[in-house]
Design a protein around this ligand. Structure first.
Ligand code: SF4
Ligand code: SF4
Length: 339
């Protein structure tokens, strides 16, 4: 079985939080995958600016893997993109985001250019975190960069030469085991030991994002009896403090954050919908109660038959991106320059 290289671009618009998050994975850990501790997997080499361990120390030795992949000398490789892709076409000079420099011109190579060069040669393309999947914080209304996620940049119907659609593992940041489990699945698929990875309409692995936050929340019992928190620090349901859990696809309350511990509402934080294509705009302002949460406590116990269909409508809307995240030469985010 051929070695698999993972080329992980952290040079999108992001905080590098996904790379940091992955250091906490344990199901499996990144060390287990790279050190060959899991039976049946090919040998894996990781090339990530934050996590790389095979470096001689200078920048050239890191970039050589990207150059080799572009020349078709690295086969197979998986392309992982972290951070949203800014629109480099909306201006006449300068650049928003880049990785490495062109040896001939000495000019930076933009992140968008790397995606153009490498995605068509990759075995699989994975977008890690909500910035890379759907655009995230950088792609909110009024942004100056025209940022978008990989689905908008390459196209929702885009596929690798092997026929794989873009695989999205959203989260702000990504839940570490969600990403590593997706990588593990892909590696088993490469090894011929797993069928095509199942994805939902937003390209998320179905077994990880098929349920809502609410369905896995420790506080759901309070919700059912209409007992709601009115201030932080309460163990009760947080819906009236702004929790969007009932319409958000995410397994974090069930899975926990690190080693099974944590998971936003379980530990007192409202769900702000960070795994959804509509994030953040459709969930703002974050601290306001979401639609339907203003219902009185006495009604909540009997409203299941009415509210369930309404929830489906809201969930459908939250799973759609705002219209301005798209390619082209025009900035359509509503940004107004101050200079
Ligand atoms: S805190 Fe949020 S996710 Fe948990 S039960 Fe309440 S509404 Fe549902
Ligand atoms: S529970 Fe909500 S805020 Fe927390 S990770 Fe999941 S989608 Fe994001």
């Amino acid at each position: 079985m051929a070695d698999v290289h993972v080329l992980w671009i952290t040079a999108g618009l992001s905080c590098d939080g996904d790379s940091v998050s992955i250091t906490a994975a344990s199901q499996p850990s990144i060390e287990d995958v790279l050190l060959g501790a899991i039976p049946g997997l090919p040998t894996v080499h990781l090339h990530n600016q934050v996590l790389a361990y095979e470096l001689g120390g200078d920048n050239d030795s890191f970039m050589q893997w990207y150059d080799k992949a572009e020349r078709g000398e690295l086969d197979p490789f998986v392309l992982v993109v972290e951070g949203s892709i800014p629109n480099e076409k909306i201006k006449s000079e300068g650049y928003w985001a880049a990785l490495g420099t062109d040896a001939a011109t000495g000019q930076p190579i933009t992140t968008a250019e790397w995606v153009d060069r490498l995605a068509p040669k990759a075995l699989a393309v994975i977008a890690i975190g909500t910035c890379a999947t759907y655009g995230g914080i950088h792609a909110m209304q009024g942004n100056p960069t025209g940022a978008m996620g990989l689905l908008d940049y390459l196209g929702w119907n885009w596929k690798t030469p092997a026929g794989l659609p873009i695989i999205c593992v959203p989260g702000c940041p990504v839940q570490p085991d969600n990403f590593m489990e997706t990588v593990l699945y892909l590696l088993y698929q490469v090894a011929g030991m797993a069928p095509m990875i199942p994805l939902d309409e937003a390209h998320r692995p179905t077994w990880l994002f098929g349920k809502t936050v609410h369905e896995g929340c420790d506080r759901a019992g309070y919700y059912e009896i209409g007992d709601f928190a009115t201030e932080y620090g309460s163990p009760k349901c947080l819906v009236k403090l702004g929790c969007w859990g009932p319409v958000v696809n995410c397994n974090v309350p069930k899975r926990g954050w690190m080693a099974g511990i944590g998971g936003c509402p379980n530990v007192g934080g409202i769900c702000i919908g960070c795994t959804m294509p509509g994030f953040p705009d459709k969930f703002m302002p974050f601290m306001d109660p979401p639609p339907g949460s203003k219902m009185s406590s006495s009604i909540i116990g009997i409203y299941g038959g009415i509210i369930s269909p309404l929830r489906k409508i809201t969930q459908h809307t939250a799973n759609k991106e705002p219209a301005w995240r798209r390619k082209g030469r025009e900035l359509t985010t509503g940004y107004r320059g101050r200079w």
